[in-house]
Design a protein around this ligand. Structure first.
Ligand SMILES: [Zn+2]
Length: 378
């Protein structure tokens, strides 16, 4: 399923290719997030135009609304949302542990109340795999226990033990035709727990491995450590996916630490507040200094928004609440994340990733506000 094409001699970065039932994905890859069955504000044609190879869907949210009956009747998630290309579905573990009101953690799953109407629901390895099978995603994720980064060591250990046990149960469940399943490594920033969890999951032989328990409110150095503590124990011949990360500069740094796949809600989430990502960091398009700035969001950007509209016009649209404004900032931001990954792949192929990384990270000035936005629910 995963082909390792090239490794960077100066870092852990890898150039690869992931084959799924609905298409081949060049890695490192950024996967736009379509939690509710739609990448917020973008349509499939726009996603393809900007180079999207695979999108995310979410088990928890799609299970609650519209529900499996509707998606089944539509002929699966790809048909329902009219995206015939690869889809990865998150298992719902993260949402159950972060969004829902948990009633009881049981041996085979979690009893919780819907964050919408309070109805009592149950999700465990069996249910999560059953839902993902019905959705028909190309890559399904195991159901894991994703504890907060502030959990006591004892709770962190219990979560890891549960994650391993549940991964084994997920492994036994039937899958959709051609569906691949990834394990999720937990363990917070405890190196011993990360190692143990990774080794146990690798023994179960999944199609790929995710590093979970990141993007849960932890500071950046802790997040990087969680990845560094996990990556050495993952097999080189399988894809590695860091869940829910990050800013463009963080993506470059995580690629350098051996990660192949990313998803993040930031590009579309901050677009809705009028914030745009550029190679120099973020910029508020709504800010007064853009009032009569007739340049695009970023000079040289080839996205539809930058080819057609000025900052001054987009600022006006955002200020008067016109939907086109937030749509165009979403187009630019998503394009920017995908372009960074395309540039990373080109640099890896050309053997110039070390220079690319140095230059990119030096130019990119992170904003605290953006780092905080990542930590809101996803
Ligand atoms: Zn642009």
């Amino acid at each position: 399923m995963f082909e390792l094409l090239k490794t960077d001699p100066h870092s852990r970065a890898r150039l690869g290719r992931l084959t799924t039932p609905r298409g081949v994905i060049d890695t490192p890859v950024f996967m736009p997030v379509g939690t509710q069955g739609s990448v917020k504000a973008l349509d499939p044609r726009e996603l393809l135009e900007m180079g999207t190879q695979i999108i995310l869907g979410n088990t928890y949210h799609l299970h609650i609304r519209p529900g499996l009956d509707i998606i089944n009747a539509a002929g699966g998630l790809h048909k329902f949302i009219n995206w015939p290309h690869p889809i990865l579905t998150d298992s719902g573990g993260f949402q159950v542990f972060s969004l829902a009101k948990i009633r009881k953690i049981k041996p085979h799953g979690v009893e919780f109340r819907s964050h919408l109407d309070g109805s009592l629901l149950f999700l465990g390895p069996k249910e999560a795999m059953e839902i993902q099978r019905a959705l028909g995603s190309d890559i399904a994720m195991v159901f894991d226990d994703c504890p907060p980064h502030t959990s006591a060591p004892r709770e962190m250990r219990a979560a890891v033990e549960r994650t391993i046990r549940w991964a084994g149960e997920c492994r036994e469940q039937p899958r959709a035709a051609g569906q691949k399943v990834f394990g999720i490594v937990q363990g917070g920033s405890d190196p011993a727990l990360r190692e143990e969890c990774a080794k146990q999951l690798v023994a179960l032989d999944f199609d790929g491995y995710a590093i979970g328990g990141v993007s849960v409110g932890e500071p950046e150095p802790e997040m990087m450590k969680a990845v560094e503590f996990t990556e050495p124990f993952l097999p080189a011949g399988k894809a590695r996916y860091a869940m829910g990360l990050g800013t463009p500069a963080q993506l470059v740094e995580l690629v350098a630490r051996g990660v192949d796949m990313f998803d993040c809600v930031l590009p579309t989430r901050v677009a809705r507040n009028g914030t745009a990502f550029t190679t120099r960091g973020t910029v508020s398009i709504k800010a007064g200094f853009n009032k009569s700035d007739f340049r695009p969001i970023e000079e040289g950007c080839e996205c539809f928004a930058c080819r057609h509209f000025t900052r001054a016009y987009l600022r006006h649209l955002l200020n008067v609440g016109e939907i086109l404004g937030l749509r165009m900032v979403s187009v630019h931001n998503s394009h920017m994340f995908l372009k960074v990954m395309a540039d990373i792949r080109a640099a890896l192929a050309a053997g110039t990733f070390a220079e690319f990384r140095r230059e990119f990270v030096a130019n990119y000035i992170p904003s605290r506000k953006i780092l905080l936005a990542r930590e809101e629910s996803r």
